[in-house]
Design a protein around this ligand. Structure first.
Ligand code: GDP
Ligand code: MG
Length: 635
């Protein structure tokens, strides 16, 4: 377990840690010279029986609260230090507020410098402190008079700290460590230290830095100050990292070292935000704030999601919009300080680390956030039942640091079915399948002569409007099950086919053979009409209908090509891989100058080619419009 000190400057935090561990945590030259703690210090006390207490010693000076925060977010228990001679001071209160906002409910108060106070003074201080703790997460915490000078109460304090129990950080998820220090060790290279917030880190693990995405391999590690093969959640670790672009300069305090699965930098955190009761003013929408999360610190703004103001002591949903990306997961605690960084104003709990940029205040989003604030099992069960109808499982798992097996287990318990990257309730899925079939059936009934619906049309025709990615997953399932058939660009039910009538069907049979034979120079409408003894308008109408269902393409007036032939010709043009002339194109197709130019003009109109004088080249984004051009290079 890691214990963090808290309390006003000069109240004896560093001296107490030294009395408990034998280690002087003030390690900077400047700290020694000035006799004050500026940055975080670390000390461990081995109790001889394998048990160990780890301490993070924080600065008490108001100017270094940001450093205090970088250390405080990783701790499991608080050791609040109050000088028996001075009593409660401003940073006693601010540090306690931070402890409270971090939800730390394990802690002990050390009433230091007990050697300088008499019993009456001690009793008076204890009463004051009890009152101060009462509305906080540390209410009822033990208050112990101690002296770093005489050693009074030190052994007892150690015993009580041990009795607070183990770290509650979860070891089951993927690994994440919040970096609070980075330095170069001669002979070893880059070393980072920090608290493992989740999972386990082993020697040789391949990890990523968040937000930078730099790769890092763990060459060696220390856990709680001892060389180890593995570092677990709740332990402080030092990692010797190696990686192609890794350097001290590329790493900052506040970066995370994470398992690749957890690398997902974000700058929009949807949170439950509580404004401190001690604030004088309401918090307004879009207020600028300092945001502290893990060991990181960023500037940002508070977008209030419920109303435009938040009164002191109140709690509401908000979106923190940050100036830079950070690593964050659901359940992470955030501390907000005012724009000039002189006081702590609010605390927040991350509900969704990937807040949406749009519709963040929509009613259904607020309902969703309320559900997301629940524990994993309840949240998943209720999310599945929401009107949205689906859960993006990968996102759900990432936000909560769940492994695939955890998600599977939670899904089974919630009665959910996984499909693609989504999960649905079985009944939602059944209803969606019915919806797809019924919508196609209705369309076929209304338009028996039409080939079916294009996918986007079908999506919009459904009773329930799915986002495109979800719809695609649902549709793919139907196509695989052959309950829906794909016909060129259209979807239809298996029983439906374009009814051409016996005469037209026979005609199509003949002309398709002729279109196939002269695929790059097919006969025109008039040629077909004459050849088959059909009136020209009738032949034209038939080809127009065939064009509508995508079997043929009208490249020039009354001049139809088979759809695959068009795709092939696009492929031929694209295969030049440079600008080409109409003559070069004609030579490949061997179809005469006039037809070749008509085809190229058709390409120009459809954005497949761009013309510059006598030269043309294909436009990559558009070449797939008539099917895969790679199928044949013909010629
Ligand atoms: N008499 C007495 N002095 C103490 C005790 N603890 C700390 N001090 C002194 O108080 C001053 C501030 O202590 P320090 O640990 O640096 O305070 P910090 O700013 O809270 O870390 C130093 O001069 C210490 O020697 C104590 O238990 N008894
Ligand atoms: Mg100190």
């Amino acid at each position: 377990m890691i214990v963090g000190t808290a309390g006003h400057i000069d109240h004896g935090k560093t001296a107490l840690v030294k009395a408990l561990t034998g280690v002087d945590a003030d390690r900077l030259k400047e700290e020694k010279a000035r006799g004050i703690t500026i940055d975080l210090g670390y000390a461990y006390s081995d109790l001889g029986d394998g048990r160990q207490l780890g301490f993070v010693d924080v600065p008490g000076h108001e100017r270094f609260v940001h450093n205090m925060l970088a250390g405080a977010t990783g701790i499991d228990a608080a050791l609040l230090i109050v000088s028996a001679t001075e009593g409660i001071k401003p940073q006693t209160i601010e540090h306690l507020q931070i402890v409270d906002l971090l939800g730390l409910d394990r802690g002990i108060v050390a009433l230091t410098k007990a050697d300088l106070a008499d019993d009456d003074q001690l009793l008076e201080r204890m009463a004051e402190i009890e009152t101060l703790l009462a509305p906080t997460s540390l209410r009822g915490a033990e208050i112990m008079p101690v002296s770093a000078l005489t050693g009074q109460g030190i052994e007892e304090l150690k015993a009580r700290l041990l009795a607070l129990g183990e770290s509650r950080k979860g070891t089951t998820g993927f690994a994440r460590l919040a970096i609070d220090r980075c330095f170069v060790l001669a002979g070893a290279g880059v070393v980072v230290t920090g608290t493992v917030h989740a999972g386990e880190i082993r020697v040789d693990d391949r990890l990523l830095l968040t937000p930078s995405g730099l790769e890092a391999r763990v060459r060696s590690l220390h856990a709680q100050n001892r060389a180890a093969g593995i570092g677990r959640a709740g332990e402080r670790c030092a990692l010797n990292l190696v990686g192609p672009r890794l350097s001290k300069e590329a790493i900052r305090r506040g970066d995370w070292v994470v398992a690749p699965e957890l690398h997902a930098p974000t700058d929009r955190l949807d949170v439950r935000l509580s404004l401190l009761p001690s604030e004088a003013n309401t918090l307004r929408h879009w207020s600028p704030v300092h945001v502290h999360l893990g060991a990181a610190h960023a500037m940002g703004r508070v977008a209030l999601l419920e109303g435009d103001r938040l009164a002191p002591g109140d709690t509401a949903l908000a979106q923190l919009v940050l100036d830079e990306k950070v690593g964050a997961l659901a359940g992470d605690h955030v501390i907000l300080r005012d724009p000039s960084a002189t006081r702590t104003v609010a605390g927040a709990l991350v509900v969704d680390p990937f807040g949406p940029p749009r519709n963040r205040r929509a009613e259904r989003r607020l309902v969703e956030l309320a559900v997301l604030a629940e524990p994993d099992d309840v949240a998943l069960r209720r999310l599945l039942a929401l009107e949205t109808g689906f859960v993006e499982t990968t996102r759900f798992a990432l936000a909560r640091n769940l492994r695939p097996a955890d998600v599977e287990r939670l899904l089974a318990a919630a009665g959910g079915v996984a499909l693609g990257g989504f999960a649905f309730l079985a009944e939602t899925l059944a209803a969606a399948r019915r919806d797809i079939v019924d919508s196609l059936k209705a369309h076929h009934g209304a338009r028996p002569d039409a080939p079916g619906l294009q996918p986007e049309r079908l999506r919009l025709a459904l009773t329930k409007r799915w986002p495109p990615a979800v719809f695609k997953t649902l549709l793919d399932q139907e196509i695989k099950a052959r309950t829906v058939m794909v016909d060129g660009a259209f979807l239809r039910l298996p029983g439906h086919s374009l009814v051409l009538g016996a005469r037209d069907e026979a005609l199509w049979h003949k002309i398709s053979a002729e279109l196939e034979r002269d695929r790059y120079k097919p006969p025109r409408v008039r040629d077909f009409a004459t050849a088959h003894g059909v009136a020209e308008p009738e032949m034209r109408k038939l080809l127009q209908r065939l064009a509508k269902v995508g079997r043929v393409v009208e490249v020039a007036p009354d001049h139809y090509f088979l759809r695959p032939a068009v795709a092939e010709m696009i492929g031929i043009a694209h295969a030049f891989d440079r600008e080409f002339t109409a003559a070069e194109f004609r030579d490949k197709l061997d179809n005469g100058r006039k037809v070749a130019i008509q085809i190229l003009e058709f390409f120009d109109r459809n954005g497949i080619t761009i013309r510059r004088g006598d030269l043309r080249r294909t436009v990559l984004q558009r070449i797939a419009r008539f099917g895969s051009p790679g199928a044949s290079t013909g010629g």
